[in-house]
Unconditional design. Structure first.
Length: 519
């Protein structure tokens, strides 16, 4: 099925419904469909053809949404770029993808000349933002779009490539991940089945749309003929205001965003009465924060999604019923969840055999959402794809109910004195100490133990937390060999544009110039 099917249906079935709200701009489905068809025609005038990559560098806006659907309308490949990347990283992605056209927005006006110089393949820039800030020799969005004749939908589908995502670079140089129309379509429908998204809901886009999680929310909302509300940059106060003013019923956040919501001094006074569902994922959530969220948002249905860019986002989901008091007493709320209807899950031992229930191994995933491959990297593709199975690099276990539990990234496992320590278990222990806001646990070199458990902690402002308190607290909860042997305090932890913790940056200072380098 083509990804444009949902838009075509919405234009026919709900032409007068608001499709997207972006600041003061409000666009119905009829208007949005016309703009997409015209933008597709405008792209054609530049020579953009089926299979060409169209780079997008923008925060969440209605024009970003137009760009995605216009690319698919003519069978091109949307290539969203990470808004938090440096000029070097952006130029690399432009050159690697071979994108000849860049669609860019206001925050990146100063970068356009730099990217033109560093990415010779780039031929043209179309300016999505304010015309007063438009860089020289770039196209003005509205005249370019409205002056073009609409073209017919080519209905790209199946194994046709739809999106080229560059991974967040949590382990170094980003790789391009190529996803198909069929894969994204299948994961969208499966996510709606598990997530319980209501048709016609008002969905707030807080996750960046340059990330597969943000795109997943877009596709689900379009399939539900929902109204999509754009949030360009996450700020809890703005988030509260949009929920109240637009009567938002659904939102998706990553755990770092959720923490900012529940810790915000204005959350108790905020009008969140319209909010019915909150989806979360992209990185693990600790049990303490989840309990705070449930207390802070009573009556809001919670669903967690687990997956990766290489699986078109969502592969496993933890439905709302797993968050109830009875399920929490059984520990279900700490699982990643159950496979979606279109995804199979295996937990595999190092010898390739399936692990027994409760046994930790590598999580493998198979389904239509698995990537077509890494862009122009056949060797790296072959390393992770086996007979349709995607090797995730995550360590996990399946319990007796079939719930998948993620214990750690395999590369994040710490081997200290011959014992395996999963960093997430230690992080959960540290985070349950009052006064601790954030924590990352890594392995650092140790002459006696090979590696020692090292905790990097961010305390709440004014909290009286020291290293001794952290260690003592952990010893009351977990085995002694798992407890931190060293603790450091920072003002903040490094995160990617999608809110994922960049542990390799924390490791690098400890492992630099050693035989073993940070992953």
């Amino acid at each position: 099925m083509p990804l444009t099917l949902a838009l075509n249906k919405a234009v026919r079935e709900q032409p007068g419904r608001l499709a997207v709200i972006c600041g003061t701009r409000r666009t119905t489905y009829a208007e949005f469909g016309d703009r997409v068809a015209r933008l597709a025609g405008a792209l054609r005038t530049l020579g953009v053809a089926r299979g060409d990559r169209i780079a997008i560098l923008a925060p969440n806006t209605d024009r970003f949404l137009e760009a995605l659907y216009a690319a698919w309308w003519i069978g091109a490949i949307a290539t969203p770029l990470n808004c938090r990347w440096s000029a070097d990283e952006l130029a690399y992605a432009l050159q690697d993808s071979g994108a000849r056209l860049l669609l860019a927005d206001d925050p990146f006006a100063g970068l356009v000349p730099v990217l033109r110089a560093r990415a010779p393949a780039l031929e043209q820039v179309a300016w999505m933002g304010d015309d007063a800030r438009r860089p020289a020799q770039s196209l003005a969005w509205e005249p370019w779009l409205t002056g073009a004749a609409p073209v017919a939908d080519v209905r790209a589908a199946g194994d046709d490539a739809a999106v080229l995502f560059y991974t967040g670079g949590t382990t170094g140089r980003a790789k391009g991940v190529l996803l198909s129309h069929a894969g994204l379509f299948a994961t969208t429908l499966a996510s709606i089945v598990i997530g319980g998204r209501a048709p016609g809901a008002v969905c707030l886009h807080a996750l960046p749309m340059f990330h597969v999680g943000g795109l997943a929310v877009v596709l689900q909302a379009m399939a539900g003929q929902c109204t999509q509300v754009m949030l360009a940059a996450f700020d809890p106060a703005v988030f509260f205001g949009l929920i109240a003013s637009e009567r938002v019923s659904e939102a998706a956040l990553v755990p770092t965003m959720i923490r900012r919501v529940v810790d915000h001094p204005g959350v108790a006074q905020a009008d969140l009465s319209s909010l019915e569902r909150l989806y979360y994922g992209a990185s693990p959530i600790d049990g303490t924060l989840l309990e705070q969220t449930i207390a802070c948002l009573p009556g809001v249905a919670l669903t967690q999604f687990y997956g990766m860019t290489e699986t078109a986002g969502i592969a496993v989901a933890l439905p709302d019923w797993c968050h109830g008091a009875d399920s929490r007493a059984l520990g279900r709320h700490l699982a990643a969840g159950l496979p979606t209807p279109c995804m199979e899950v295996r937990v595999v031992r190092p010898d390739g055999a399936d692990a027994a229930p409760g046994e930790v191994g590598e999580v493998w995933l198979r389904g239509p959402g698995v990537m077509l491959g890494y862009w122009q990297l056949p060797v790296q593709t072959a390393e992770v794809l086996h007979d349709g199975w995607m090797r995730t690099g995550d360590g996990g276990r399946l319990d007796a109910e079939g719930l998948l539990h993620i214990v750690d990234r395999l590369k994040d496992m710490i081997v200290t004195g011959g014992e395996n320590v999963y960093s997430t278990e230690v992080e959960n222990a540290v985070l349950s100490l009052p006064g601790v806001a954030q924590c990352a646990v890594i392995g650092v070199p140790d002459a006696q133990w090979g590696e020692r458990v090292h905790a990097v902690v961010v305390a709440h402002p004014g909290a009286a937390v020291d290293a001794a308190a952290v260690v003592a607290h952990c010893k009351s909860l977990i085995a002694g060999y798992k407890c931190p042997r060293s603790v450091e305090f920072r003002d903040q932890l490094p995160v990617s544009g999608a809110g994922k913790l960049l542990k390799y940056q924390l490791r690098e200072a400890h492992w630099a110039d050693r035989e073993r380098r940070a992953a």
